[in-house]
Ligand binder design. Structure first.
Ligand SMILES: *Cc1c(COP(=O)(O)O)cnc(C)c1O
Length: 407
């Protein structure tokens, strides 16, 4: 048994069959990951016997569930190496994290004429909340361009930073369309020189690279639990304590307060100040086994195997006539977005589904970026630690067959 086989054994989803044959090869991991046995077992155990609200009751059950919930937060803290639990705000996902940040940061720090700098390769979740803020505060959005491969034009960064009043830079660690690990360290260092804050959208980055927010020195880092093996409806907004303390609360309600009178409220300290109402208790608890699994799969052997898969897929895709691969540059995660001349992306994805391969197609929540490449959609195959080189080779055969049928 190889390490990859061991890992596959941990995922009940991969054992699903229909009439004795495999259900499908799951190549849509950038949308959400499958869940390992320990995550499923914990959720099951909690639904059955450990279901209570957190931070409220004095009963023993409430205390036990609160411990499991806070263990999820602690696992997230440890995973990104944040200094304290106060820096880990629990949300429902990356989208909620960025909306929380754009609103509260905007209230405190953005004034008319200020600039918010994004890149041309962002997910809608890292564009729309900033556009809403810009409208509200009469601020301006600017975008760091990417080149023909999708690589950030770092040569243009200083010019953009010095041209105006950039208050915050918000950029993806890894694009969900291109799969390139972006030079976020250099971005942070440059932004610092100009006194700007930095937020990193880590929805993909957290899955494929080791993140140390202290070493990276970003001010904020967002990610979703569900893309890194935890339940859906869980997300994290990491923020430096000193800055989070300066931001106003976002939603008001239970658990985020210190004292409430009919006239006035004082707020709870971090992190609860940003966590109004009943949270996704069981989802958050699954972060602990999910991130423990992620660490255990992060070995040199697995890294080498993933590199082999990237090399294999890149070479194979290049050999298909009329196929254009995007994000074709060094530092790629196993995520492959492509188009084939003269064939509609959704036709390819539909046939691939028919052949037993689950891939994504369309705009992938990144309409401006896909438009920048002159396309109306792409096909995306995104892989994770449980995918194998055998699946890749079956995929390539199915893709060639689909293209033959559609040509
Ligand atoms: C998935 C994704 C998001 C949004 O995450 P949700 O879990 O849907 O909130 C944002 N940015 C990137 C890069 C993503 O891949």
């Amino acid at each position: 048994m190889t390490a990859a086989d061991d890992i596959r054994g941990r995922f009940p989803f991969l054992k699903n069959t229909v009439n004795g044959s495999r259900l499908s090869v799951y190549f849509d991991n950038a949308a959400t990951s499958q869940k390992p046995d320990t995550v499923i077992d914990l959720a099951d155990r909690m639904f059955r016997g450990l279901n209570a609200n957190v931070h409220r009751a004095v009963h023993r059950l409430g205390a036990e569930v609160t411990d499991l919930y806070e263990a999820g937060r602690e696992a997230a803290r440890e995973f990104v190496n944040a200094v304290s639990r106060e820096e880990i705000i629990l949300t429902s996902g990356t989208t909620a994290s960025i909306n929380l940040l754009a609103y509260t940061f905007g209230e405190r720090f953005i004034n008319e004429g200020d600039v918010i700098l994004l890149t041309e390769a962002e997910h809608h979740s890292n564009i729309v909340p900033w556009q809403m803020l810009a409208l509200r505060k009469k601020a301006r959005l600017m975008y760091l361009p990417v080149d023909e491969r999708g690589v950030w034009r770092m040569d243009l960064l200083e010019g953009l930073m010095s041209s105006g009043r950039v208050r915050i830079v918000s950029a993806a660690h890894v694009s969900n369309v291109l799969g390139l690990v972006n030079p976020v360290g250099e971005l942070v260092r440059t932004a610092r020189k100009y006194g700007a804050y930095v937020h990193i959208d880590g929805a993909q980055g957290i899955v494929h690279s080791r993140v140390d927010v202290q070493a990276l020195d970003c001010d904020f880092y967002s990610f979703s639990g569900h893309k890194v093996y935890a339940a859906t409806g869980t997300g994290i907004l990491y923020g430096k304590k000193g800055i989070l303390e300066q931001l106003p609360p976002w939603m008001g309600g239970g658990d985020m307060v210190d004292t409430v009178t009919y006239g006035k409220t004082t707020y709870a300290p971090l992190p609860l100040k940003f966590e109004a109402g009943t949270q996704n208790v069981i989802g958050v608890a699954t972060l602990a086994p999910a991130l423990r699994f992620a660490r255990s799969a992060d070995t040199p052997e697995m890294e080498a195997y993933q590199r082999k898969i990237v090399e294999y897929m890149t070479e194979e895709l290049h050999s298909v006539k009329g196929l254009r691969l995007y994000g074709d540059a060094p530092g790629k995660i196993p995520l492959f977005s492509f188009t084939v001349d003269g064939i509609h992306h959704s036709d390819i994805a539909t046939l691939l589904d028919h052949f037993g391969f689950a891939v994504r197609s369309g705009l992938m929540c990144s309409e401006p970026l896909i438009g920048r490449f002159g396309q109306s959609g792409m096909v995306r195959a995104s892989l994770l630690v449980y995918n194998t080189i055998e699946e890749c080779s079956e995929f390539m055969a199915a893709l060639r067959k689909a293209i033959r049928m559609l040509s």
